[in-house]
Design a protein around this ligand. Structure first.
Ligand SMILES: [Fe+2]
Length: 200
C-alpha cells in the first residue's frame, strides 16, 4: 500500500475498533468481562500488521531525554476512549500504579512485561501475577488495578484508556524507595499520531 492509503486504512480500522469499544463499554460496563472484550478487540486491530509500519512510529533518538513516545491514535472530543501506540527504545519501566479509568495494553512488536500487584495491609504492594505482552496478547485492567511495566529493547505496543492520559491527574504510584503512595505528574511525550483530523 502507498503511504497515504496506509494511513487512511489505519484511520478507518482504528475508528471501527473504537466504535465497537464504545459499544462494548456501553453493553458490559466497566467490568472484568468488559475490559477483556476491549482487549480482545484491540488484539484484533493489532493483527492488521500492515496498517502499523514501525517507520510511522519512530522511537525517541538521542536528542530527547525520553525512552518512549506515545502516539495518539484515537480520542473522543470529550477525551474519552483514548488509544495510543507506545514506541520504546532502551530501558523503560514504571513503578506500580493504578489508572483511575480502565486500561488495556496490547502487544505489537517487542515485549513489555506487565507485573500486577495487590495492596498489602502494611500500605505497600505485593506482586500477584505477571504477563509478558507481545504480539497477539494483551492485558486488561479495571480502574483500581495496579500494574508496572518493564521494557528492554525496542517495542511498539497499544495502550488504550477510558479517558485520555492528560486527564488522568489522580493516578497513584507506589514509591518503594520511600514506602509512599504518590500522584503521577502530568504525562509528557505524547505525540499526535492521527492523520485525519478534519477540522480539529
Ligand atoms: Fe499503566
Amino acid at each position: 500500500m502507498e503511504e497515504n492509503s496506509v494511513s487512511q486504512a489505519r484511520a478507518e480500522a482504528v475508528a471501527a475498533a473504537m466504535d465497537e469499544i464504545r459499544e462494548i463499554e456501553a453493553e458490559l460496563g466497566v467490568t472484568r468481562a468488559g475490559v477483556e472484550a476491549i482487549r480482545d478487540r484491540l488484539v484484533e486491530l493489532s493483527s492488521q500488521r500492515e496498517l502499523f509500519p514501525l517507520t510511522d512510529f519512530p522511537t525517541p533518538d538521542d536528542s530527547v531525554n525520553e525512552n518512549s513516545f506515545m502516539y495518539r491514535l484515537a480520542q473522543d472530543t470529550d477525551d474519552r476512549f483514548a488509544l495510543y501506540a507506545q514506541a520504546s527504545s532502551g530501558h523503560v519501566e514504571t513503578p506500580p500504579h493504578n489508572h483511575t479509568t480502565w486500561a488495556v495494553v496490547v502487544g505489537f512488536d517487542g515485549q513489555e512485561l506487565n507485573r500486577f500487584y495487590e495492596r498489602t495491609d502494611e500500605g505497600g504492594v505485593a506482586e500477584v501475577d505477571h504477563h509478558l505482552v507481545e504480539s497477539g496478547t494483551g492485558v486488561a485492567m479495571l480502574p483500581d488495578d495496579l500494574h508496572s511495566i518493564h521494557i528492554d529493547g525496542t517495542a511498539l505496543n497499544f495502550h488504550c484508556y477510558g479517558l485520555a492520559l492528560e486527564r488522568l491527574d489522580g493516578r497513584e504510584y507506589y514509591d518503594s524507595d520511600n514506602g509512599e503512595w504518590k500522584i503521577f505528574k502530568s504525562t509528557s511525550g505524547i505525540r499526535e499520531g492521527r492523520t485525519n483530523l478534519q477540522g480539529c
